[in-house]
Design a protein around this ligand. Structure first.
Ligand code: ADP
Length: 395
């Protein structure tokens, strides 16, 4: 049997997991425990294209969900026996972690110490690590950080124009997230361009429920749009991205919102959902926009305009561009948003080929640009494979 890696991604209210074949990146099994902490918590496993519901308690906590996942995995003994490592996605590695590490007590303490910067994620990641260690005590457990890829950013890109001591004393700076996805698609782009990665200048846009864009100069990440937390930058499904920093104070002091309500608004009620008043789901918005829903159309327009502005500005740090890359659920599938974005950039040398753009959906990877314009690629991301490959370094 081929070598397999269990990849665990514990989010704030969900746990994604997959058993990945280390050599190919194929998922032999994948699953999702969702709505954790709510009375509609559920657990599904997908094997050979078939989805199956598995038992889980209503209101299950992360710990209970992990126990339920372990139980469910027992039905796949052959796969379990071929596991050689466990890779854990950890959202925030602060400045401590510039690459993936084998987990020990010091690493766990450092993840715990960084938890104040990712209060919804790092504690969930830690509980995933601890229960997986108990379930698979003989396998190496490796932490792969969302922030690590961006530790090559220069100071002038990662510092905010705030009093410098905030950085020195409290580590307040831009960190960047979605590192594994930007890593995967940037390396894949170099392969598709037949150019050594270290010589590539790229702009990579990961557009899913969370969205971020990265500028890569000569194979090193030099800027990115997600900041101290995953709230800054592009318009996202429910997150606002860039706003005037004095707005939260205005909402609290002038309009009487509580701090908690403002935090919830910016993270969960804004973005595509907030503008459209309809949905955070790009597919729904595209369908509704087609039928004349004005706010759905406006949400999509703001999304692509903001994205185009970022691409324009990242031409500064990327240098002479080898390629622009679209990935993530929206980037891989929405020909409308890709075309809209590139239209704003036509005077900067971008031009979409309509037929190629329509063809490049549903997991297809390839170019979508017209000849003579900037290389523009759609690449299906595989963050799990990056995590599995990093974990394999310790096998
Ligand atoms: P996550 O960040 O949760 O991993 P995904 O990368 O799966 O999210 O992206 C989810 C987004 O991708 C949703 O907005 C969804 O509507 C969008 N999406 C998925 N398929 C399509 C499609 N065929 N056309 C347009 N948008 C799509």
């Amino acid at each position: 049997m081929n070598k397999m890696v269990l990849v665990l991604n514990c989010g704030s209210s969900s746990i994604k997991f997959a058993i990945i074949e280390a050599a190919t990146g194929d998922a032999a099994l994948s699953g999702l425990a969702e709505s954790l902490g709510n009375d509609d918590a559920k657990l599904t496993i997908k094997v050979n294209g078939e989805k199956k519901a598995c038992p889980i308690d209503a209101n299950a906590t992360h710990q209970q969900a992990l126990n339920a996942i372990e139980l469910a995995l027992e039905a796949y003994q052959e796969l379990q026996n071929s596991l050689v490592a466990v890779g854990h996605r950890v959202v925030h590695g602060g400045e401590t972690f510039t690459q993936s590490v084998l987990i020990n007590d010091d690493v766990k303490s450092a993840i715990r110490e960084t938890a104040h910067m990712a209060p919804l994620h790092n504690p969930a990641n830690l509980s995933g690590i601890e229960s997986a260690e108990a379930a698979f005590p003989n396998l190496p457990h490796v932490a792969v950080f969302d922030t690590a890829f961006f530790q090559t950013m220069p100071k002038h890109a990662y510092l905010y124009a705030l009093p410098y001591e905030l950085y020195q004393k409290h580590g307040i700076r831009r960190y960047g997230f979605h590192g594994s996805s930007h890593y995967f698609v940037s390396h894949k782009a170099a392969e598709m361009l037949s150019k050594p990665y270290e010589q590539c200048n790229l702009i990579t846009a990961h557009l899913g429920n969370g969205c971020s864009i990265a500028s890569i100069h000569q194979g090193r990440a030099v800027d990115t749009s997600l900041g101290f937390t995953p709230l800054e930058g592009l318009v996202m499904g429910t997150r606002c991205g860039d706003i005037d920093p004095s707005l939260p104070t205005f909402l609290i002091e002038q309009l009487g919102y509580s701090e908690k309500a403002v935090t919830a608004m910016l993270n969960k009620e804004s973005g595509l959902l907030g503008i459209s008043q309809l949905s955070n789901d790009c597919r729904t918005l595209e369908e509704q926009a087609e039928q004349g829903h004005e706010l759905a159309n406006l949400a999509l327009t703001i999304f692509s305009y903001r994205l185009a502005k970022y691409i324009g500005s990242y031409l500064v740090s990327a240098g002479p561009l080898d390629a622009l890359v679209f990935t993530g659920g929206i980037g891989e599938n929405s020909d409308r948003l890709r075309a809209d974005t590139l239209k704003y950039l036509s005077h900067l040398g971008f031009a979409v080929d309509a037929d190629k753009n329509t063809a490049m959906r549903f997991g297809q990877s390839g170019p979508i640009h017209q000849e003579g314009s900037h290389n523009t690629l759609v690449i299906a991301t595989n963050e799990e494979w990056v995590i599995a490959q990093d974990a394999m370094q310790y096998v």
